[in-house]
Design a protein around this ligand. Sequence first.
Ligand code: ADP
Ligand code: MG
Length: 386
Amino acid sequence: MTATIQPGATLGVMGGGQLGRMFVQAAQSLGYFTAVLDPDPVSPAGRVAHYHIATEYLDEAGLAQLMQRSDAITTEFENVPAPALRTLGAHRPVAPSADAVAVCQDRAAEKAHFVRCGVPCAPHAVLVEESDVEGAPASLLPGILKTARLGYDGKGQANVTDRAGLRAAWNALGRVPCVLEQRLPLHREVSVIIARNALGHSVSLPVQQNLHRDGILAVTQVPAPDLDSVLASQALDAARRIADALRYVGVLCVEFFVLADGRLVANEMAPRPHNSGHYSIDACDVSQFELQVRTLAGLPLVQPRLHSAAVMLNLLGDLWFDGTGRQREPDWSSVLGLPGTHLHLYGKTHPRRGRKMGHLTVTAAGAAQARAVAVEAAVALGLPAF
Ligand code: ADP
Ligand code: MG
């Protein structure tokens, strides 16, 4: 896939969530028409795309329609069924490829890929059958049991401390294939977003630092405060090796742990733009979504430049409820009155606790100022300080 697809053509996306919405917005800025396939009639991306095909992901007529509309197709969530991507890939340029997405869909395959690339990951065991549960090395406990497939935002995971707890957790998760990981002493979490094109050229965003609450990303800070430059290059280099070995085309995010002893460990990867890269819309001269457009369309890739320090706060559905559980609209004026705030709402009509409704990016000339304003914004919205 090396031919350039010029603006004026139509770019399609499988999935209509907020990542698809921001991809569509970036594509539209560059003069592309856009098509979204998502079963939800009011999906965030479907609402802003030129064409919305509201069918299931494996619906043949829907896939045919998406192909008919689109000159090239990408995906916005990793659980798009691989067979759907294979069908599309037989007729249209599809990036990332079904094979690369398949590796990212399975924690066991993902970890095997890290190991193949010489990138350390958490000590782990793959548990498929009861005998694997009984035979799992005791050295992995206390650990975290994660379903091999379909987990996100801390879902499909359980903390386990002993063998009895492991058995119970495996049963509770439905006795599906799982990965048991040793619980590691995390000093901090960082991630790298890399974009790679069909010619094998890649560029990346600066290393971002991420804070999770209840398994969901809460805050991203860029530049990562006081991050050792050797560690930063290790992370960028690891992401490049991981993408190269997949012959990846598109945007890929690799999440890492920095351990208490300073070691860098790969956690997981996502074959798409990532929540931890949303700040790039407002703080970089090329956003992660424009990178996705450029890699898909075969446009030139240039190294993005971080022109402002940034802090991103995730806005979860919890903010749409007051202390008594009554639904309300958050007080946006209180944050929009602060300098350097960029509010992004995804157009979701039904707030739910834990649901990603939007994000707020604070940009400033320096990291200390970005952080100070972001803390002020967090407090104004009723979010914990960080
Ligand atoms: P998800 O797909 O839900 O993002 P992750 O594997 O990234 O799943 O886990 C979510 C969070 O749980 C991580 O960001 C980290 O904070 C914590 N976590 C996951 N694995 C480990 C581990 N092996 N040791 C310590 N903390 C972990
Ligand atoms: Mg994660």
